[in-house]
Ligand binder design. Structure first.
Ligand SMILES: O=c1[nH]cnc2c1ncn2[C@@H]1O[C@H](CO)[C@@H](O)[C@H]1O
Ligand SMILES: [Zn+2]
Length: 387
């Protein structure tokens, strides 16, 4: 009899479970075959491999360096093939299709418009091409029997000096496919306060933003992101663990960790990416386990599906294995993510009540109808033991 234990998710159930993704980079999620195609079409000759399988392996290995800076070097190749309107439409459409096929029902996908200007596109043309691709991908997913909604986050690169311009762009395209703003790139040496003008501007506009913080750099980065910049969410935020001590007397939260938990600050955690950049040493030791137990507002994310060779289902499968998470835990993470999304409250609520909860309820009931589940011993109470 297969999987009659209620609530314990098997691989295929994890894929079918509705999932919400808040932290995924468009330029970190291309299909290797698409990179090869576009490189050929546009004459980009810098690819380290031209066979799609070998190229996929190359990205995973090159990103597996233990350093964020080296991890980020691999984006040269994906950005190189995302410089034309057609390429951006294609990459965005495939992103939506791939996420929907993996059971993601809502995603916020980010990219840095300033990294897609080498072919002569304007910032506006970049945003419009990506939006067009997302809409196309949503339609294709629907036609294939799936369903997904995608909102874009516009990222400014923290080492550069275009954050104000990108924040204004995010504001201009608000309600037109863009739902918020972010900063990314190497963290050490580039504190979020370098971009205070952009964050202040977005606050005055009542707009939303998240900040990559507490990944390659510790508590000061998280503190600045929250208390100086006013971030709505933290990208990664794993280093908040440095402000938590666990000893014989129990768990003690420092002031910053308390603030993060008390204010329900969403943490966009990306376990596999953290293993690759050295921010965590194994799935079992990943801070997500403790933070979930302490009821921080934790969410599960992919970061870069190509560089990490992952998907939302893969991330959850690793966590199920490491921490014994059930469908109830998956639902908890998913509801956390949906609550923390940047779309309007009524839409988030409808997603939770009409899509996420019914989806998990259906999965949790499956054991009842599994072959062999209804046996005479039901009367003697074995079904009750399963619950
Ligand atoms: O985990 C990360 N930490 C910091 N920056 C990142 C991470 N993943 C990707 N990017 C950076 O964000 C840019 C826009 O999508 C990417 O080009 C990459 O440089
Ligand atoms: Zn990221």
């Amino acid at each position: 009899m297969e999987n009659v234990t209620p609530h314990l998710p098997a691989g295929e159930q994890i894929r079918r479970a509705p999932k919400v993704l808040l932290h995924d980079h468009l330029d970190g999620g291309l299909r290797p075959g698409t990179i090869v195609d576009i490189a050929r079409e546009t004459g980009y000759e810098g690819l380290p491999e031209t066979d799609p399988d070998a190229l996929g392996r190359w990205f995973r290995e090159a990103a597996d360096s233990g350093s964020l800076e080296r991890y980020l070097e691999t984006f040269t190749h994906t950005c190189a093939v995302m410089q034309t309107r057609d390429a951006l439409v294609r990459v965005a459409a495939e992103c939506a299709e791939d996420l929907a096929a993996d059971g993601v029902v809502y995603a916020e996908v980010r990219y840095a418009p300033e990294q897609h200007l080498e072919g002569g596109l304007s910032l506006e043309e970049v945003v419009e091409a990506v939006n067009e691709g997302f809409r196309e991908g949503e339609r294709r997913a629907l036609a294939a029997g799936g369903r997904i909604r995608i909102g874009a986050l516009l990222t400014a690169m923290r080492h550069a000096a275009r954050s104000q311009e990108i924040a204004e762009l995010a504001n201009r395209y608000r309600d037109l496919g863009v739902v918020g703003f972010d900063i990314a790139g190497a963290e050490a040496g580039f504190p979020p306060t370098r971009h205070l003008d952009a964050f202040d501007y977005l606050k005055r506009e009542n707009n939303h933003f998240t900040i990559h913080a507490g990944e390659a750099f510790g508590l000061p980065s998280i503190w600045q992101a929250l208390q100086w910049c006013g971030a709505d969410r933290l990208g990664h935020g794993v280093r908040i663990i440095d402000d938590i001590t666990v000893d014989g007397d129990g768990v003690h939260l420092g002031r910053l960790a308390s603030y993060v938990r008390d204010k329900r600050v969403p943490l966009e955690m990306c376990p596999t990416s953290n293993l690759q950049t050295g921010a965590a040493s194994s799935y079992r030791e990943h801070p997500i386990g403790l933070l979930r137990r302490l009821h921080f507002r934790v969410t599960v994310n992919t970061d870069n599906r190509l560089m990490s060779g992952t998907s939302m289902s893969e991330e959850f499968a690793h966590l199920v294995e490491a921490f014994g998470y059930t469908l109830d835990d998956m639902q908890w993470f998913t509801v956390n993510a949906m609550k923390s999304a940047f779309i309007p409250f009524d839409e988030r609520l409808a997603m939770i009540n009409e899509v996420i909860k019914p989806g998990y309820a259906a999965l949790k009931a499956e054991w009842l109808f599994a072959a062999g589940a209804v046996v005479p011993s039901v009367a003697s109470g074995s079904a009750g033991e399963r619950g």
